[in-house]
Design a protein around this ligand. Structure first.
Ligand code: MIG
Length: 727
């Protein structure tokens, strides 16, 4: 295979070189190219900085990553990149995008899986509209895969500054990245290689999501708001009375007093701690929202402690910056500072001491009322540091906020994560965040912000979550039922049909919208949704094994077909269906009024999840899904660990486990652990390789299984069912 097989690089090299030379002179740039090997893959690092400036410390890289780079030559790169600095605060990188290449990744993009033919701005923004024209959203994750039939190339541009990625918006085969920054950055390039291999390399560098606590994989019920103790207890009670599985009730901003962060409204939650412990006894976890803004009030202990710790972002005069959020005039912690994260960690500890099980981080783009769009990189040049809303303190010193804006939410989530890790060492942390940056996957889960109760947003959730997964974030979901707007029976059922496969599985709804708890639309809808949620719980062991796999290889849970069928041209850009792990093909109804859809089946034999129907791919087939049916097929060759029904993760050991084999020859994995102890400190576990071959079923313990299997398991293979003793 010729090395630069898809580059069309020559056209690029001849373009406007005179201009380049001129701008290079006016705004000199220092670059250095190096390479390293990770597994079989060569990873290139291009350090790019205004002449004389250092490359700032990366927050994306794992703290313990150790790769030694050696000098490399440009001619070794898999693609031609032209780098120039046409402005004092701007670097541009041009490359060719030949016909037929798809673009995946870039974190949270509103739109389809293939990002080609648009400009994508990376600037963390609270834009709650999510319309066709939406560009910037909450996250900034500058990792892209250029994907063709002969493999993919990875580009990772490690800068939290505003960026615009023009992926052939002029439809002339030309791409350009603009970085709006006065600081240096590293651009990583690898490939061509399979996407799975590149994701392994990328997550080797930036880290992976540690195993979540098992309860956090269950159903979570949220609402803005359950505003009183009684309403929270009532919601939890409904789930148990109706036998709808649920593990978590989330409390939104109304649990606080006057929206002051880390306060509790004793008027509405007089016995908050008691409420939490009663719910725990009933198998529920409580997760409270935490916003970054700290009310500027000398009567507020958090503000006083923050002042004392010198924890806040500063204005150009050196005074704490003040912006407006829910609590009114507020200061923003500068989470880039270790002392701020420690101060914040103390506050988090106080909240944990009230019995809550995790932390939900919101508003951390950061969102400020009246300043939601503080900078438009499509029209403005980057203002001087002193005019970037406020200043932050990076390891290299003071810097304008926009330069490091991408890190705000990520470092806030880090603070919540590290506090849990430190103060509850016996447990796996759970944090959820709205804003984040590359590497933020190390700090837990994300959701995609304020969607609407629209079929269009149901449909878009698939490509959006697929791109998040390819960008290193497996533990993601969207608000089931839609956040804004009014859900109805059909939408809610369809959303659960898909939502049971979201790694992060939460129903959430905004203030003033019709209720959308599973029972909100009457008994027959409730019955369907109950059954769907039960199916999610049946799959718990499968989902846990996928998280283990992620922690080993970086593989996402939700995967585009292209991930496992890279040579299948028909599968390349499919984004209205996906694979959950290797074995489950999910293809739900995504339009109102539809009862059936066309499903693409790649090579192989697939069997409908609710059993019965067999399809042999590759082919397109019309499939009818009833309301309440699981809209998925299982690949023949798989062994799924399926559980019998239970209502919360605390009951999992009482459920019977069936190892169901699909087809005559099959393989699977079974991972068993206590679901809570921290793998970083050693989780006792059993890890089994399951095999059906030549009519014989076997299970082999991969490592000395230190976790005791609670009960004998069942095996279903070749039309028979029998009891099986795990080794
Ligand atoms: O300004 O806390 O995306 O999930 O319910 C709105 C209230 C603030 C935005 C979050 C949403 C949450 C809401 N928050």
């Amino acid at each position: 295979m010729p090395k630069k097989f898809w580059l069309g690089a020559r056209a690029l090299a001849s373009a406007s070189s005179a201009q380049t030379a001129k701008s290079r002179k006016r705004f000199p740039l220092a670059t250095r190219l190096e390479a390293t090997s990770i597994g079989r893959t060569t990873l290139y690092r291009w350090s790019i900085a205004p002449k004389g400036k250092p490359i700032p410390q990366s927050f994306a890289l794992r703290a313990d990553v150790s790769v030694a780079f050696r000098p490399a030559d440009e001619s070794a790169l898999p693609m031609a990149l032209r780098i120039q600095r046409p402005g004092e605060a701007r670097v541009e990188i041009d490359f060719a995008l030949p016909e037929g290449l798809s673009c995946f990744g870039l974190g949270e993009r509103y739109g389809g899986l293939n990002l080609r033919s648009r400009v994508h701005t990376l600037l963390t923004t609270d834009d709650h509209r999510h319309l066709e024209t939406t560009d910037s959203l909450y996250k900034s994750i500058p990792v892209l895969y250029l994907t063709g039939s002969r493999g993919a190339i990875l580009l990772f541009l490690d800068s939290p500054a505003p960026q615009r990625w023009d992926l052939d918006s002029q439809l002339d085969g030309h791409a350009k990245i603009e970085v709006h920054s006065r600081r240096g950055f590293s651009l990583y390039v690898a490939g061509p290689a399979p996407i799975a291999e590149l994701l392994r390399v990328y997550t080797e560098l930036t880290g992976r999501t540690p195993l979540p606590p098992r309860w956090a994989l269950g159903h979570q019920q949220s609402r803005w708001s359950y505003p009183t103790e009684a309403s929270v207890r009532q919601i939890a009670g409904e789930f148990r009375a109706r036998k709808i599985p649920c593990d978590t009730v989330v409390v939104d901003i109304d649990y606080m007093d006057d929206y002051r962060v880390f306060s509790i409204s004793r008027e509405r939650f007089p016995k908050f701690e008691r409420m939490v412990s009663d719910l725990r006894a009933d198998g529920f976890h409580v997760v409270p929202i935490v916003d970054p803004g700290v009310k500027k009030s000398l009567r507020d202990p958090v503000y006083v402690a923050g002042l004392k710790a010198k924890a806040f972002c500063l204005d150009a005069q050196g005074r704490p910056f003040i912006g407006k959020v829910w609590a009114g005039n507020s200061c923003l912690p500068d989470f880039l500072l270790a002392r701020t994260r420690a101060f914040w960690g103390d506050q988090i500890k106080n909240l944990l001491d009230k019995g809550v099980s995790g932390i939900w981080n919101d508003m951390n783009e950061p969102a400020l009322f009246g300043q939601q769009h503080p900078y438009d990189p499509s029209r403005e040049a980057l203002p001087p540091d002193s005019q970037q809303l406020f200043l932050q303190t990076a390891p290299e010193g003071k810097v304008g906020h926009f330069e490091v804006r991408g890190l705000y939410g990520m470092q806030m989530a880090r603070s919540a994560w590290e506090a849990q890790h430190e103060h509850q060492p016996q447990q796996r942390p759970f944090t959820l965040t709205r804003s984040t940056y590359a590497g933020g996957q190390r700090y837990g889960a994300v959701w995609l912000g304020d969607n609407l109760s629209w079929f269009e947003h149901l449909r878009h959730s698939i490509p959006m979550l697929l791109n998040m997964g390819l960008s290193g974030f497996p533990f993601a979901g969207v608000d089931i039922g839609g956040f804004g707007g009014h859900a109805d029976a059909e939408l809610l059922i369809r959303w659960y049909q898909l939502g049971i496969f979201y790694p992060f599985f939460r129903n959430h709804c905004a203030l003033g919208q019709v209720a959308q708890e599973p029972w909100a639309f009457g008994p027959s809808v409730e019955k369907q949704i109950r059954r769907l949620i039960q199916q999610r719980y049946r799959l718990t062991r499968y989902i846990e094994a996928l998280f283990v796999e992620h922690s080993e290889t970086g593989a996402p849970l939700m995967r585009p077909l292209a991930y496992h069928y890279p040579k299948d041209e028909a599968a390349r850009n499919i984004d209205d269906q996906f694979l959950l792990g290797r074995d489950i093909l999910v293809a739900p109804i995504l339009q109102r009024g539809k009862r059936e859809r066309v499903v693409y089946f790649p090579e192989g034999v697939f069997e409908s999840f609710d059993r019965g129907r067999l399809v042999k791919g590759p082919c397109y087939e019309r499939v009818h899904w009833t309301m309440g049916e699981v809209p998925a097929f299982v690949r023949h060759g798989a062994i799924l660990p399926l559980l019998t029904q239970f209502e919360h993760m605390g009951q999992i050991d009482g459920a019977t486990l069936t190892l169901r084999c699909y087809g005559a020859e099959a393989k699977g994995r079974l991972w068993l652990d206590d679901g809570i102890s921290d793998p970083a400190r050693g989780t006792p576990h059993g890890d089994y390789r399951l095999l059906l071959s030549g009519g014989r079923f076997s299970a082999e313990a991969c490592q000395s299984g230190t976790y005791v299997v609670p009960r004998p398991v069942q095996v279903e293979a070749l039309g028979k069912r029998f009891a099986f003793e795990m080794p």
